[in-house]
Design a protein around this ligand. Structure first.
Ligand code: ADP
Length: 353
């Protein structure tokens, strides 16, 4: 998709050589061409997705400053810029930009690529591998000990059964852990906004509730959802479902049986707020900052009982940041917790419909 100013249809065709545009579309990264007055006359699809342009205006003051330098000096400039992924949260695109003059008609060409992202992925992966090896050792060690115990108790059927049941639960734990690791590493590899769709929040919530139904029934927990949302978010549907699912699953797992979990969905200032509230054990103030870290658990024994992997909330945080959103929490021990997933609402404009 190319973007043109609505009031100057055909501007691209008249002033930009077709071969140049074709080349820019083939290049890795994204490109933007500005006419005098910093009017965008050409942009590859990613430019809008990255949030570099909004309503035909460049959003980064750093980039505007670089463009001004290029216009003044008629020389190419290379730099790094950061663009927030959304109006809230800490998610950022870190971009390497090349800005150069195109002599014809005083145009400026901006080319940008996300190279710092590759470095970040490399660093995250290195730490992650170290943590994962440690986490995998626990259930594997338990399986090994239990198998020895089975051998030692082979003449005592009751003990064999007890150890075999524990082996089953360790094996399940291992399977869950591996699945979460796969989920998280997929997330860290991909940028949901590269393959973004308009996703209905109502659908996301209903799917997540459906996925948690059996666990809720087993724990006699009523999941209440009475709002109705027409909001859409630009992003990856499966990742969004995974995030709400993780919040719901935690709300169910960290609550006493027979209590209630509710989901609400509210819009304010262009943000949709999906909140999951429980009447559970709550989280002490001193732990709140740490619960989003990978493999951090407030009470490792309890988390082990519920089959927790310690990865659920770091996945939620990742999904939120990658969608330009954020996640916040309110909690009081023995009262309950509210986790809020905040995401920028996507308004389809007429041209995209
Ligand atoms: P886990 O797989 O252990 O549940 P998470 O990353 O999902 O891992 O959560 C990290 C920790 O945060 C949990 O181990 C638990 O101590 C705490 N926690 C998460 N959600 C809740 C909740 N709704 N109520 C109480 N504690 C919670």
């Amino acid at each position: 998709m190319k973007l043109f100013r609505k009031d100057s249809p055909g501007l691209e065709a008249s002033i930009l050589p077709k071969i140049l545009l074709e080349t820019l579309e083939e290049l890795d990264g994204d490109s933007l061409i500005l006419a005098p007055g910093e009017v965008p006359v050409f942009a590859t699809e990613g430019i809008e997705r990255l949030g570099v342009l909004r309503d035909g205006k460049i959003q980064s003051p750093e980039l505007m400053a670089t463009v001004r330098v290029v216009r003044r000096t008629h020389s190419k400039q290379v730099g790094q810029i950061e663009i927030p992924r959304g109006p809230i949260g800490e998610g950022k695109h870190e971009l390497t930009v090349n800005v150069m003059p195109l002599v014809k008609d005083n145009l400026v060409l901006i080319h940008m690529s996300d190279e710092s992202e590759a470095q970040r992925i490399h660093d995250v992966r290195r730490d992650f591998v170290a943590n994962v090896s440690h986490e995998l050792k626990t259930p594997i060690g338990a399986l090994s000990l239990l198998s020895e115990a089975v051998l030692g108790a082979k003449d005592d059927p009751a003990s064999v059964e007890k150890f075999a049941l524990r082996m089953q639960s360790e094996a399940k734990r291992l399977t869950d852990l591996v699945q979460e690791i796969i989920n998280l590493s997929r997330l860290q590899d991909s940028d949901p906004l590269q393959v973004a769709d308009a996703v209905s929040i109502e659908y996301v919530i209903r799917e997540a509730i459906d996925e948690c139904r059996i666990n809720a029934e087993n724990r006699r927990i009523e999941v209440a959802y009475n709002d109705k949302s027409v909001s859409q978010v630009l992003g990856d549907r499966d990742q969004l479902i995974m995030a709400v699912h993780n919040l719901l699953e935690n709300a169910i797992n960290y609550s006493p049986e027979g209590t209630k979990v509710s989901i609400t969905c509210k819009n304010h200032d262009g943000i949709v707020d999906v909140s999951v509230t429980d009447q559970g054990i709550g989280i002490p103030d001193s732990e709140i900052d740490r619960i989003f870290e990978r493999f951090y658990r407030v009470d490792p024994a309890r988390s082990r009982q519920t089959g927790g992997t310690g990865l659920g909330l770091s996945i939620v945080k990742h999904v939120a940041a990658k969608h330009g959103g954020d996640v916040s929490v309110w909690s009081a021990p023995n009262v309950g917790s509210t986790f809020s997933l905040l995401l920028p609402i996507y308004e389809e404009n007429e041209e995209q419909k």
